[in-house]
Design a protein around this ligand. Structure first.
Ligand code: URP
Ligand code: ZN
Ligand code: ZN
Ligand code: ZN
Length: 487
């Protein structure tokens, strides 16, 4: 995909470590220059964008999406084209999605299938690969994925019993293997046995509607799994990344482990920051069911949303994502008589950045630089694609957002680009929105005009042994036990 050189003039460039007034020159899909002489280096034919009064941010990285996911007997509404296009409209220029093999399915087969599906992406993409079972073949395939395919993170579902849930045997083996490969283990932390039991108990009480969903997945179910995964990672000396941390108890587990010196990282979803569990008691089934996702939205009274904001503020939680996974009303109706059969998932890839700017920067919880850290730079560092992604500087990919701090927008399913038929932020008006999105140096979104191109996205290889691994490997050596030499 070639495009004319692009000069972004007069904006304030924001990186995770600083803000500066600077022009940005993009040539051949990369950033060629930032600052004083960028304009003078612009070749003939350069297109200019006026960014005065605006911030120029690294394009967002959503490290947790599910496009075209076959799940709970159906497939999500958004495929890799519509989902990534929606992301571009919201300033997100890279997604990290998930390859999820069925139990007993070879990892490489699933990986090839997902790579094929993702070819239609409009934005750059990469994959975490889920380990849903264990065998020597899985051990071997993890090596192939890391060494030959640029995968540096593996996902473990501690929930979804009788489907993709991993037991402790798989967790332990996979974490150990990930450590030797220099790849980050990640977990969906919910105790699947407890969820399974509570689902039956709640149904026995005559509660079959979506209000049963949060009752079967209380915060302690998440905290138990988070603590267990963190403990296993500690024993093995491997770093760990906990996806969609939704409650105060899980955030505390991460903060405690970090205080002990453990390398634990936490991801927060835009939805968990802003939506609470009252939605599950909506008298309209479709509305309540549309919010069914796991872990569920949490009660306001428990201080969960505040705990997540504070985690991001304090640096104890690191990334923000969406878990974008859209099912329409007809799909959600598969669980009309049994909440446990409602396909789990909600959208948000288009809304994440503006929702977090409005809730975070406009309230003074976050600085613009901290916003960049939690919407792109930290994910790029943790998954070892920094500074190619998550950074505005020479040599980085020209994935940028022109951020208009005074622009406003009201989120709605009627105007969203996602093919989903619901918006969990419906009616919420935010201030601070992307005016333009630039992907690979090309303007793909300009003041409401989406110019996403099917197939323009590239697969992003992520090398193993990021900085965290260099440190943990040294630590393992430093702390290695030794035998006592006796005469
Ligand atoms: O409810 C959710 N989150 N659906 C997608 C799968 C997962 O657990 O991430
Ligand atoms: Zn091995
Ligand atoms: Zn999950
Ligand atoms: Zn997910």
């Amino acid at each position: 995909m070639s495009s004319a050189p692009l000069l972004i003039r007069g904006g304030t460039v924001v990186n995770a470590d600083r803000e500066e007034r600077a022009d940005v020159l993009c040539v051949d899909g990369r950033i060629a220059a930032v600052g004083g002489d960028a304009a003078s280096q612009a070749p003939a034919g350069t297109q200019t964008l006026d960014a005065s009064g605006q911030y120029v941010l690294p394009g967002g990285i959503d490290p947790h999406t599910h496009m075209q996911l076959p799940f709970m007997g159906t497939v999500t509404m958004d495929d890799f084209y519509t989902g990534t296009a929606a992301g571009l409209a919201g300033g997100t220029t890279t997604i990290i999605d998930f390859v999820i093999p069925d139990p007993k399915e070879p990892l490489m087969d699933a990986y090839r299938k997902w790579r094929g599906w993702a070819e239609k992406s409009a934005a750059d993409y990469s994959f975490h690969v889920a380990v849903t079972w264990w065998s020597d073949q899985v051990h071997a395939d993890m090596g192939t994925l890391v060494r030959e395919e640029g995968v540096n993170s593996f996902k473990h579902f501690m929930a979804y019993k009788n489907a993709i849930m991993c037991d402790d045997e798989t967790l332990v083996n996979s974490f150990k293997r990930a450590l030797e490969l220099g790849a980050m283990p990640t977990v969906h932390a919910e105790n699947g046995e407890l969820v399974y039991l509570l689902q039956q108990e709640v149904a026995k009480m005559g509660i079959t509607g979506p209000e049963g969903h949060p009752l079967a997945r209380p915060p302690m179910v998440e905290a138990e799994a988070a603590n267990r995964a963190i403990a296993i990672a500690d024993v093995l000396g491997v770093p760990i990344y906990v996806v969609h941390v939704s409650c105060a108890e899980a955030a505390e587990a991460i903060a405690r482990a970090r205080a002990r010196g453990q390398r634990v990282f936490g991801e927060v979803l835009a939805g968990h920051l802003l939506v609470d569990d009252s939605v599950y008691r909506d008298p309209d089934f479709a509305t309540a069911a549309a919010h069914v996702m796991s872990p569920p939205f949490r009660p306001r009274s428990g201080g969960h949303q505040e705990a997540l904001w504070r985690g991001l503020q304090s640096g104890q939680l690191h990334t923000t994502a969406t878990d974008h996974c859209t099912f329409c009303a007809a799909q959600k109706a598969m669980g009309r008589d049994n909440f446990a059969k409602i396909p789990n998932g909600t959208g948000g890839v288009e809304e994440r950045m503006a929702a977090i700017w409005d809730g975070g920067v406009n309230t003074g919880r976050l600085t613009p630089s901290e916003f960049v850290a939690i919407t792109s730079a930290n994910a790029a560092r943790l998954f070892n694609i920094y500074p190619r992604k998550g950074f505005v500087g020479p040599g980085a990919d020209a994935d940028l957002v022109l951020w208009d701090p005074e622009g406003t927008k009201t989120f709605s399913a009627r105007t969203q680009h996602s093919k989903g038929d619901f918006n969990i932020f419906e009616g919420r008006t935010v201030r601070g929105i992307p005016s333009h999105t630039v992907s690979q140096g090309r303007v793909v979104f300009a003041r409401g005009d989406l110019r996403a191109e099917q197939g323009a996205g590239r697969y992003v290889h992520r090398p193993a042994f990021g900085a965290n691994f260099q440190a943990v490997h040294k630590r393992v050596q430093d702390l290695a036990p030794s035998a006592v030499a006796r005469a």
